[in-house]
Design a protein around this ligand. Structure first.
Ligand SMILES: [Zn+2]
Length: 456
């Protein structure tokens, strides 16, 4: 269902003999809904914070971009100022969006900013540690309303479709720092200036009638963690400040943040609100610099494919070995070791694989946008570029399902925080997962119609 043409557009059509913007490649709409919690809830991201948030630095948002291509197919990106969303958190959300807008789950990209200064999401039918007791019900209520808000934001965006032009380009972010420091005692969470990170800043520009900016989608491959566990104020960290910067420069538009392969990357320096604001300004200025230039056109139609990548987990270990790790092993392995030992003792068997949702958005030959799930480390950006070619490629992570870190084979061998395993506690990724993920992405990209040029 396209919105009716306004009289002005009809005149333009009659005079010029063609639709505005060439062949009206796209219709686009964008909307935002505030998701700042109204009651005290505890915060996500850092272990050890035992109290709910105490103040608000800036509001948190869910922002939607709905695209309709020339075939009438519709797609939605929903960018959220949240730490992460588990796939099973709100089962009714996708069906709600489909009911309201006709957009199916397959055609939805759900990224989050991975702020560590946002609310923790909690399911109603799960037990949680005592620490959350006082605020557990508010967290559960917040999570339920969040689902309704995400349905509403897509609906609002779908109701505001207008003829649009899409273009994209890439900039640079200097403060992204590898956080896997090599020491005599193994890998530590500290800056490692010689380690690999992805410092690219891909940016999609969505312009409507009169060349007005409807929305920008931009990405940084960095943990959104300038603020540390000492912070008890709600904030979307540098990603939030960057959004504010762009929206001030382009009033009426929505700036939407996505996270790249950032599993092993932190901002540098970090630690204060001033530094978070500073990083946000750096990103915002770079996006505005891109927007002031002529970017590469992004044409349709849009071919979207979604699948689950089947990733190998390490073989189950004996209960005694797991119990030993839970007490005396490296800190990052203790939690999952304890949970796996408990599961085995209860007579459960542990999974051998994990199914990670992935999607490919192929905008003809102009742009391939990959949406990976989990906290994917930067080495995957290289592995995927090598497998399918780097041409017109945008690799997003932190979408669809927040299942934990996805380390490369090398990181599995080296150890460290990013090898801590599934966030449900029931497994550690095996080295083979890297090859399996890369292959699954390559197959899906091919199915979507990408011309595969390994290494080019
Ligand atoms: Zn993280």
């Amino acid at each position: 269902m396209k919105p009716p043409l306004t009289p002005l557009l009809v005149v333009a059509f009659l005079v010029s003999g063609f639709l505005p913007f060439g062949s009206a490649e796209w219709f686009a709409g964008s909307a935002r809904v505030k998701i700042t919690p109204e009651k005290p809830v505890d915060m996500a991201g850092y272990a050890g914070r035992t109290e709910p948030f105490k103040s608000i630095i800036h509001d948190l948002w869910a922002k939607a971009l709905v695209l309709e291509d020339s075939t009438g197919a519709r797609f939605a990106v929903i960018a959220t100022d949240l730490s992460g969303i588990n796939a099973d958190l709100n089962p009714g959300m996708y069906s709600g969006i489909a009911r309201q807008t006709g957009i199916q789950q397959e055609n939805i990209l759900l990224p989050w900013s991975h702020t560590h200064s946002g609310p923790r999401l909690r399911k109603a039918n799960k037990s949680y540690p005592a620490v959350a007791d006082g605020y557990l019900q508010s967290s559960i209520d917040y999570t339920k309303t969040l689902s309704e808000k995400l349905i509403r934001v897509v609906d609002l965006a779908a109701r505001s479709l207008q003829a649009a032009e899409l273009s994209w380009g890439q900039g640079f972010v200097p403060f992204v720092m590898n956080r896997r420091q090599r020491t005599a005692d193994g890998i530590r969470l500290n800056p490692n200036p010689s380690g690999h990170v992805d410092r690219s800043l891909p940016c999609l520009e969505v312009k409507g009638q009169n060349e007005d900016l409807i929305a920008t989608l931009f990405q940084v491959a960095c943990h959104n963690t300038t603020l540390t566990a000492k912070n008890y104020a709600l904030c979307s960290d540098f990603a939030g400040f960057a959004q504010l910067h762009i929206e001030e420069a382009y009033p009426g538009s929505n700036a939407m943040f996505m996270t790249g392969c950032a599993g092993n990357a932190n901002p540098y320096p970090r630690g204060t609100l001033e530094i978070a604001a500073d990083h946000g300004r750096t990103v915002g200025q770079e996006v505005c610099r891109l927007l002031s230039q002529e970017l590469s056109p992004v044409r349709g139609p849009l071919s979207v494919k979604r699948a689950d990548a089947r990733l190998s987990l390490q073989a189950s270990r004996p209960i005694e070995e797991l119990e030993k790790i839970a007490v005396a092993g490296p800190n990052w392995l203790k939690g999952n070791a304890r949970k796996m030992a408990e599961a085995l003792k209860a007579g459960d068997s542990l999974p051998k694989h994990f199914e990670a949702p992935i999607s490919v958005w192929l905008f003809a030959d102009d742009l391939t946008l990959l949406g990976l799930s989990g906290e994917v480390v930067s080495g995957y950006a290289l592995a995927i570029q090598n497998a399918i070619g780097h041409r017109n490629l945008w690799i997003a992570s932190y979408c669809h399902d927040y299942f934990g870190y996805l380390p490369t084979a090398q990181i599995v061998r080296d150890g460290g925080y990013e090898t801590r395993g599934l966030s449900n506690g029931l497994g550690w990724f095996y080295e083979k997962a890297e090859e399996e993920m890369t292959q699954a992405v390559a197959e899906l990209a091919k199915r979507a119609g990408r011309q595969i040029d390994p290494g080019r």
